[in-house]
Design a protein around this ligand. Structure first.
Ligand code: HEC
Length: 174
């Protein structure tokens, strides 16, 4: 008796069991990889009036340079910079100190060149100009295809205005 009940239950279940094989989607892996690929290197022209001596712009650049994101940053961000994105998520900053030393850096990394005394050593000497620094931060691959540096404008991690702020900070007399 028990066996018959079990059997009919099993038959019932298998009769009504749904065939999920048609529901499960099989995404095209090559399309997924394509979507995650970095866009090719892009040349940018520094916008007019980009590099400025405005203390707020320099302060924003400094904040972006020395901080990782809005969740970890301790001090209040300077005027015109927020700790959160429009969607309320913690804003991602540059964390440039992970690779570069500069005035006042704490625990700076040395994967990238030391940017201390940048104005004196690189701008005033004529070795570099503001446009070079802007392009380097926007998309370092244009100058160096094998760079380890992060790509910031082509990836839309930062806006041109924010790249200007960081450039202003680096080339500012300190
Ligand atoms: C993962 C490490 C890394 C991070 C993070 C990084 N950089 Fe770099 N950076 C490099 C390396 C390596 C170079 C040298 C190679 C090159 O020029 O592409 C470099 C070069 C530079 C130069 C050119 C210096 C010169 O005159 O030759 C500037 C300016 C610069 N980085 C600024 C920044 C800023 C600003 C940030 C943050 C938004 C940043 N970097 C984040 C690794 C990094």
């Amino acid at each position: 008796m028990k066996k018959t009940v079990m059997m009919s239950l099993l038959v019932g279940v298998s009769l009504f069991a749904t065939d999920y094989s048609k529901v499960i989607t099989h995404p095209d892996a090559s399309k997924l990889i394509e979507k995650d690929l970095l866009a090719p290197p892009k040349v940018y022209t520094m916008p007019a009036g980009c590099v400025t001596t405005d203390p707020d712009a320099i302060a924003r650049g400094e904040y972006i340079f020395h901080n990782l994101n809005g969740k970890k940053a301790k001090k209040t961000p300077p005027k015109g910079l927020s700790k959160k994105t429009k969607n309320g998520k913690p804003k991602q900053y540059g964390n440039c100190v992970a690779c570069h030393n500069i005035e006042g850096a704490k625990g700076a990394g040395n994967i990238g060149p030391d940017l201390t005394d940048y104005r004196e050593n690189f701008i005033n000497s004529g070795a570099r100009d503001n446009q070079f620094v802007f392009q380097k931060i926007a998309d370092a691959r244009v100058d160096n295809p094998d760079t380890y540096m992060t790509i910031n404008l082509t990836t839309k991690l930062f806006t041109p205005r924010e790249i200007c702020d960081i450039t202003s900070y680096i080339v500012a007399p300190k």
